[in-house]
Design a protein around this ligand. Structure first.
Ligand SMILES: [Ca+2]
Ligand SMILES: [Ca+2]
Length: 215
């Protein structure tokens, strides 16, 4: 009996070991299955998220393209409005167009204050020359046969010249020896006729001259 018992003992141990291993494997299998189910659920969730993000991305792309097209249209419209041809239509008859602004040179003569009033009545003001191109191309020295008032004055403070819109005068085109406040009573600026080599002169505001409006 003892001999038999000693023979069966290893087999019993072996069976117990096998059972134990089976239990462990079953347990591991169950855990892996649960993990697989959880991963499948997570995969579906990520796929839905990816689909939503793709749709959102497409919507953003469409918005971007539509905004870009809208911007291009607005830029094109702005350029049309600024083009000389478009602006010409907006300037009154007998006004000249230059760099998207309207200019008027009178044929009548008035003093400086009355000249300015005439410009304002047209929704304009006396010419301000703060762009080199305006003086050098549009009203170049030598292009005038008669003097013409511009929006330049030192009537507020003698010797301090300002434009009619209140801006200081930075670049100047005074003729030789000007401004000289001749006779102590020259507070208004004019473009000088070509025979006198052009440029600017300070003149008595009461003088009757042509005038130039700008708007
Ligand atoms: Ca003066
Ligand atoms: Ca003068």
């Amino acid at each position: 009996m003892n001999r038999l018992a000693s023979t069966d003992a290893p087999r019993a141990n072996h069976n117990a070991l096998n059972q134990n291993r089976k239990d462990i494997l079953n347990g591991e299998n169950g855990r892996l299955r649960s993990e697989l189910v959880a991963l499948s659920v997570e995969k579906q969730r990520v796929e839905v998220l990816l689909r939503n993000l793709t749709e959102h991305n497409q919507q953003l792309q469409q918005s971007y393209e539509s905004l870009t097209a809208e911007r291009d249209k607005l830029v094109a419209r702005l350029q049309t409005q600024r083009s000389p041809d478009a602006k010409r239509l907006l300037c009154p008859t007998h006004w000249r167009v230059f760099e998207a602004k309207c200019y008027f040179v009178s044929t009548a003569k008035k003093n400086w204050t009355e000249s300015r009033r005439a410009c304002i009545a047209e929704g304009a003001d006396l010419l301000i020359i703060n762009r080199k191109s305006v003086l050098e191309i549009l009203f170049s020295p030598g292009s005038f046969e008669q003097n013409a008032w511009i929006g330049l004055t030192d009537s507020l403070t003698e010797g301090v010249w300002t434009w009619v819109d209140g801006t200081p005068v930075t670049t100047t085109y005074w003729g030789t020896g000007q401004p000289n406040s001749h006779g102590g009573d020259q507070d208004c600026g004019e473009l000088v006729q070509s025979e006198l080599n052009g440029g600017w002169n300070d003149d008595g505001c009461f003088a009757q001259q042509l005038w130039i409006c700008e708007k």
